[in-house]
Ligand binder design. Sequence first.
Ligand SMILES: NC(=O)c1ccc[n+]([C@@H]2O[C@H](COP(=O)([O-])OP(=O)(O)OC[C@H]3O[C@@H](n4cnc5c(N)ncnc54)[C@H](OP(=O)(O)O)[C@@H]3O)[C@@H](O)[C@H]2O)c1
Length: 275
Amino acid sequence: MMNRKLAFVGGGSMAQSMIGGLLANDYDPELIRVSDPDARQREALSRDFPVMITEDNLACIDSVDVITTAVKPQNMKQVLISLHQYLKPSSQLLISIAAGIRTKDMMRWVDCDIPLIRVMPNTPALIGYGASVLFANQNVRLSQKNMAQNIMQAVGEIAWVENEDLLDAVTGISGSGPAYFFRFIEIMINAAQKNGLDPELSKNLVLQTALGAAQLAKNSNLSAGELREQVTSKRGTTEAALNFMENSRIEAVLEDAISAAIARSKELASELGEK
Ligand SMILES: NC(=O)c1ccc[n+]([C@@H]2O[C@H](COP(=O)([O-])OP(=O)(O)OC[C@H]3O[C@@H](n4cnc5c(N)ncnc54)[C@H](OP(=O)(O)O)[C@@H]3O)[C@@H](O)[C@H]2O)c1
């Protein structure tokens, strides 16, 4: 993997995080190219990364092994159509990190049998703590799956699904998930302040508690439910809060919220693709 030529079409926040992650993992900068039409974006890239930077997408993808399209979902169709004659399906792998665009739509736009991997990342990828789920179409070879895996691991953890439809569920869980936790954090910080803690202490306590709980759950052999039971003594403070949450149907509320995100993911995929 470490000697493959990589192209990023679109050099925004996500591409910058991925390139940063790859370089931090000792990837040879001479093997990385990135194209972006925005001069300011190219300047930012050249300040941070000693990689080849161009405004010309075709120069960027010429004779590379992996092309990652890191443009906004609404630009994907135009970008793929503009690249399609220049793609080399027998030797190149295409990776899309655009939220919501289905492989069947991308395959129609590229109009060739290219190996294609669709990735659903999330925003903590920007600091190397992403959770990405990958789906490969039937043209992808094992060596190419490994390449995609290595690229996405530069910005966090990865998993594969065999059924593309599951990416809608992934969107509702890890794609939109950071915002659910931000909302929870926001509510707890406000509650801390309402109960007399100063803003800085409120923020620090809530964030460290969220981080600590996630790390503890991740490093423990116990399930989240078992960890919760461990800290919930009979007639104690935690039990009082949890009982209140259960009586307020917190589980049903969160389940319905996630279902709403999944339904919207399906709708958006149809809007961004073609009927
Ligand atoms: N940010 C995240 O954490 C995150 C999480 C999950 C998924 N994603 C996905 O990752 C993709 C990129 O997101 P981002 O946050 O990195 O977006 P971004 O910061 O807006 O970067 C996209 C870049 O692509 C450039 N671009 C537009 N049209 C182009 C073209 N025809 N050829 C080459 N480059 C072009 C844009 O330039 P202009 O500014 O001039 O348009 C911009 O610099 C999106 O599809 C998004 O769904 C991102």
